[in-house]
Design a protein around this ligand. Structure first.
Ligand code: GLY
Length: 586
């Protein structure tokens, strides 16, 4: 509700009966005004799934505790980066499925003055990793080796990323940003039903992979409202608070991590940890109907794919066709099919492989790719190969969006890869290890956990970063901040971010509606359209099936957490109801 709703409704009213329209407009104004008053602007209260708007700052992330930590930092005079650092560490404690100091992530930042930067704190392959490390003597991929072993972990980047982001843009003291997470770990927090069931679901794996004392297990099973205390993690966070980078990449924690590797036949060494450094990269930018899209360059595939997708559909009248109508879905699926085919061949770590970003984003190339689709029938994926580029050879993650009172904005997507990563924790240090190595292509053409295939561009090499789909994105309109958006979801990240943006720009949805809206996904291979329950009408489904699209039901797709700047400069959040995601503002 609120301003966006009214302006959307105004558009609809323009074509209707004048008297009725006037009455409806009056009613909407009254409802909107009462919502404005009820929401008590400036109170900083939770605003689950409402269109509440705030003037001074907003945090949208995966858990209520972490959102509160971020909001408190903003209120104490911290900027968006300060809040992001505090949220990142609070998520490590309160969202162990994906929050991480044992993983990595990607950040897109836009200052109030419009300067932009991105920080790549993606994990890296250890120095002794090798191209065929997950293959047996017959050259076949060894099941689960890149997922649930000590060799599945890339060198973690999150702590270095936070130190680096704070060094460049932070305002408050580092120690004050880490302290809330220490308190949550030491005092404990009451767990949600969702976390209880996630912990119970993986209990056999936790037991098998972590012999001995185990903070993730509870004999009688976890229940909603149980207190989760993480003393070992509190100690690790205290070292990070006091020593910064050296609290993790050197000293006690580094020793514990390397000992864990030795015990579990892992390959990460002390020098891997010492040598890890996050990288500032030039943001990838593009235009969609006058909106400036600021997003993540490789080693994420997300930014390139998002810009390709937007350009692929820009010329078509999506607004007229309507949200999730058969023509809209068909066009989007055909664009996704082609873009994911390109992803499989051309995207990888730019420090190791020359990613042809300019060619992939060339409007003429994108137009050519879309030329051969046929409105009468689905294009079989078997007939689509990665495009020919002249001159070229070749769930679980989490996202948070934050804006501060000055208008600085940050979008961070961060990950352990699978839920609870490799499900292995560092004994004595109390944090989980990622299984990000599965994001590499273990063998050309063999799908990873997300069904994604790859080849040379994303093959394993020592010290290389594995390709990501994470798509933290900031959008400007008329030179001003317009949207901050991102989501977890493995291969579906890109299509979820894409559809959320279209929901606002093309289908006039407010931020919460755009996040709530049902999503669908196609990734070239397998050749199916995954749809959330009730995403498509039965009519749209029938038309698409008749054209040869294989429609497959899937569970909830992603957890989009986003902020929209609505007219008048108010921050309006979208916290995904598919999780416990929370938006708080003041
Ligand atoms: N681990 C998921 C991604 O980075 O795409």
């Amino acid at each position: 509700m609120g301003f966006t709703f009214i302006s959307t409704s105004k558009r609809r009213l323009a074509s209707g009966n004048t008297f009725q329209n006037l009455l409806t407009a009056l009613l909407l104004l009254i409802i909107s005004a009462s919502v404005f008053v009820q929401q008590g602007y400036g109170q900083g209260q939770p605003a689950h799934n409402t269109g509440a708007k705030y003037r001074r700052g907003m945090v949208v992330c995966a858990t209520p505790n972490a959102a509160q930590v971020g909001l408190d930092i903003l209120k104490e005079g911290g900027n968006a980066i300060d809040a992001a650092v505090a949220v990142q560490f609070a998520l490590e404690v309160t969202h162990p499925e994906a929050g991480n100091i044992g993983g990595g992530g990607l950040m897109v930042y836009r200052s109030a003055g419009g300067e932009t930067s991105t920080l790549d704190f993606r994990e890296k392959a250890p120095a002794s990793a090798s191209q065929n490390m997950y293959l047996d003597s017959a050259g076949n991929v060894i099941p689960d080796m890149s997922l649930y072993t000590h060799q599945a972990s890339g060198v973690p980047g999150s702590v270095d990323g936070m130190v680096e982001a704070h060094r460049k843009f932070g305002r408050l003291k580092w120690a004050d940003l880490v302290q809330p997470a220490i308190d949550l770990a030491h005092n404990g927090f009451t767990i949600s039903r969702r976390l209880a069931s996630a912990l119970n679901y993986d209990s056999k794996q936790f037991k098998k992979l972590n012999p001995g004392k185990n903070y993730l297990l509870k004999e009688e099973g976890w229940r909603e409202g149980d207190l989760l205390v993480q003393e070992d993690l509190a100690k690790t966070l205290t070292l990070i608070r006091d020593k910064g980078r050296d609290g993790f990449y050197a000293g006690i924690v580094a020793d514990q991590l390397v000992a864990e590797m030795k015990n579990g036949n892992g390959i990460m060494t002390k020098s891997d940890l010492e040598n890890y450094h996050s990288v500032w990269r030039k943001p990838l930018t593009g235009d969609y109907k006058g909106y400036k899209i600021i997003t993540m360059p490789p080693p994420s595939s997300g930014g390139v794919a998002l810009l390709q997708l937007l350009k692929s559909v820009e010329a078509y009248p999506l607004h007229r066709w309507g949200h999730n109508q058969d023509s809209t879905v068909q066009l989007i699926v055909e664009a996704e099919r082609r873009v994911y085919a390109d992803r499989s061949k051309y995207l990888g770590d730019p420090d190791f492989y020359k990613v042809p970003v300019d060619s992939l984003l060339n409007p003429a190339y994108i137009k050519l790719r879309m030329n051969n689709f046929n409105w009468n029938a689905a294009t079989p994926s078997s007939s689509i190969q990665p495009g020919n580029l002249a001159g070229h050879e070749s769930d679980q993650t989490t996202h948070y969006s934050i804006v501060d009172s000055e208008g600085n904005a940050v979008a961070i997507t961060t990950t352990l890869n699978d839920s609870f990563g490799s499900k292995t924790f560092v004994k004595g240090a109390g944090f989980l290890l990622n299984n990000e190595m599965d994001d590499f292509s273990s063998k050309p053409g063999v799908p990873n956990m997300f069904g994604l295939v790859g080849g040379k561009a994303n093959s394993i090499q020592p010290n290389k970063r594995m390709l990501s789909s994470m798509t933290p994105t900031i959008i400007e309109k008329d030179g001003k901040l317009f949207m901050v958006v991102g989501t977890p979801g493995g291969s579906t990240i890109i299509t979820s971010v894409f559809q959320t943006i279209l929901n606002v720009i093309e289908f006039d949805q407010n931020m919460q509606q755009a996040v709530d809206s049902k999503r669908f996904h196609h990734q070239w291979l397998p050749d199916v359209v995954d749809v959330e329950k009730n995403a498509l009408t039965s009519d749209a489904t029938a038309i698409l099936q008749q054209k040869g699209y294989k429609i497959v039901d899937r569970g909830p797709s992603g957890r989009v957490d986003a902020i929209l700047v609505s007219p008048g400069g108010y921050y309006e959040g979208g916290a995904d109801p598919r999780g416990n995601d929370t938006k708080l503002g003041y």
